[in-house]
Design a protein around this ligand. Sequence first.
Ligand SMILES: Nc1ncnc2c1ncn2[C@@H]1O[C@H](COP(=O)(O)OP(=O)(O)O)[C@@H](O)[C@H]1O
Ligand SMILES: CC(=O)OP(=O)(O)O
Ligand SMILES: [Mg+2]
Length: 406
Amino acid sequence: MTATATRVLVLNSGSSSLKYQLLDMHDAARLAVGLVERIGEETSRLVHTPLATGGAKRETEGAMADHAAALKAVAAELAADGLGLDSPQLAAIGHRVVHGGLKFTEPTVIDDAVLTEIERLVPVAPLHNPANITGIRTARALRPDLPQVAVFDTAFHTTMPEHAARYAIDVATADAHRIRRYGFHGTSHAYVSRKTAALLGKDPSEVNVIVLHLGNGASASAVAGGRCVDTSMGLTPLEGLVMGTRSGDIDPAVTFHLKRVAGMSEDEVDELLNKKSGLIGLCGDNDMREIRRRIDAGGEDGARAQLAFDIYIHRLKKYLGAYTAVLGRVDAVAFTAGVGENAAPVREAAIAGLAQMGMAVDADRNAVRSDEPRLISPEGSRVAVAVVPTDEELEIAQQTYALVSA
Ligand SMILES: Nc1ncnc2c1ncn2[C@@H]1O[C@H](COP(=O)(O)OP(=O)(O)O)[C@@H](O)[C@H]1O
Ligand SMILES: CC(=O)OP(=O)(O)O
Ligand SMILES: [Mg+2]
């Protein structure tokens, strides 16, 4: 790394998307941001914004068969702005890696052994780790000389006590197969819980926070004094809250029933619970904007969307209650990610009726739209309810840069 190399490219590969940001860690300025959607489908879409040059947002459509093709298209867009991957100013590439098992509790420079371990974890993050691996391999091929750093979704949750992390199943079986609750979205839970403390003018060690990360994937966490003590996702990102396409908590006997009585195969059950359940399974839409539009339109279709919404909210309330009990004292509830940051009706409904727990939402404050962290609870509330935008890419860039510039 040269003395002038202060830039970090962050890649956040999802199952069918690739989000990226190029940052200059000298001042944490974002030089370019973008997103490739619908990877592997007939037409993929790349939206690229070159912030450094002040250029306009560029959209391109075309087939991108996999994450390798997507990353090559991103590299071409960056090069067109003079921000190519060949730049000597690039210090490292930071990758979001969803499952790090128990081994990875810190950001890690990727070598062959690390890559092998991430591959070994594919069965417990089948939607995510393969995309992360393709991103790493492609980036390595483009810049073999550059450090590549993995920042794991699971890392923040490794502080969970055994009584929260263990399932109540036979210990020998669990240990033999490393079956336990790992938790995900950790980079976001860490970042948002810290930002929430700052919003309250406190040090993270002084506050207990419930973070609700509500994106397409969704998870809740209980953070006591800056350390995660419980989280809703488990061995895989399937457990917990109702999500865009995932069921969240379910009686495991449902899977036996689907196989023994409904005649479904293992793969069909997996696909049903991960891709055809949650909001999309309940009402045919996984986008909260569309669900709200249907509710507002009313009628039979609106009623179907309303039931999906109510099931989503009911699960959120259960976790708010559970984590209030786990934490004993709650200082703040923070809503984040696509739904949490944008869907005021979700925030209002999730907190409604929780006055006994010291939680309330002020309608005017809740209606404000902003990119800044903000309180939405009434003045003087016992528990601060807040909207705290997440920034997984910035957090990954900072952790990556700290590691390679140490
Ligand atoms: N303006 C909005 N109002 C309501 N919901 C929104 C809005 N914008 C985004 N969302 C929701 O956020 C989701 C995406 O969240 P995001 O955190 O980007 O997810 P992921 O990182 O899992 O792809 C969308 O599926 C949609 O439900
Ligand atoms: C772990 C997980 O669910 O991630 P995402 O929300 O990006 O799908
Ligand atoms: Mg996300």
